[in-house]
Design a protein around this ligand. Structure first.
Ligand code: SF4
Ligand code: SF4
Length: 229
């Protein structure tokens, strides 16, 4: 009962503060993969996953490389997510539980693409989508046109289950990737090719961060892929 009550309260709290997607994952089995000390994550067995939908018109402006306005929007979305996560943390702590908000975008090692944790893996476990051919989370409604943040907590919460769908017949991102990194099987995604392309964008001073946006634009969820409707 308490799990369901807390979940409903949190969900409302998040949506009232601008969240577009909300889910809860049981992370006990994957906690070891996160770059936090064991004692920090002790008893924080749940993770709340929050998603924000990106602007369609800003993505539509992207051709084969990131734009200045996409770069700005990307950072805006991360800041907005961090704000929501911060407020959720306060809410949870006011109820007497622990909460750890993880930055929406904080890569510790760009070459290995290492962050504190994988927001997309938590979102997948929280039922917000599946990992697509583009190596991103694909939400059935919004595709990969989203940004994510996660908050760990020991507050007892009713959890969601992963979705049992995939890209199906959609291949919209494969042909547009300027690096040729996206393959038929998601397991074959070429991380190095993608990383080299992001380095190139940054070297050319197109943007000041390792971002691209081309496969984000291509993945429109139910607009692109019939199977995931
Ligand atoms: S981020 Fe860009 S380079 Fe990397 S897979 Fe997507 S489209 Fe290709
Ligand atoms: S664009 Fe299509 S193939 Fe690519 S990740 Fe999205 S759903 Fe999958």
């Amino acid at each position: 009962m308490e799990k369901s009550k807390f979940r409903k309260e949190l969900e409302k709290f998040a949506y009232d503060r601008g969240a577009h997607l909300f889910g809860i994952a049981d992370v006990r089995d994957i906690k070891k993969e996160f770059h936090f000390l064991d004692e920090i994550l002790k008893d924080l067995d749940y993770a709340i996953s929050i998603g924000l939908r990106l602007s369609g018109p800003i993505l539509e402006e992207i051709a084969d490389s990131p734009t200045k306005i996409y770069y700005h929007h990307y950072r805006q979305a991360n800041m907005a997510l961090d704000q929501i996560a911060f407020r959720i943390t306060g809410f949870i702590q006011s109820k007497g539980y622990r909460a750890l908000p993880v930055p929406a975008s904080q890569i510790l090692d760009w070459e290995k693409q290492n962050a504190h944790l994988s927001h997309k893996e938590i979102a997948r476990l929280a039922g917000l989508g599946f990992i697509g051919r583009n190596n991103l989370l694909v939400n059935p409604k919004f595709g990969s046109r989203i940004r994510l943040v996660s908050i760990f907590t020991d507050m007892p919460l009713e959890i969601d289950m992963p979705l049992e769908i995939d890209c199906g017949d959609c291949r919209a991102c494969i042909e547009v990737c300027p690096a040729g990194a996206i393959k038929e099987n998601k397991e074959d995604f070429d991380h190095m090719r993608c990383y080299e392309k992001l380095r190139e964008f940054r070297r050319k001073k197109i943007v000041d961060q390792f971002i691209c946006g081309v496969c984000v634009k291509a993945c429109k969820g139910q607009e692109t892929c019939k199977k995931i409707q």
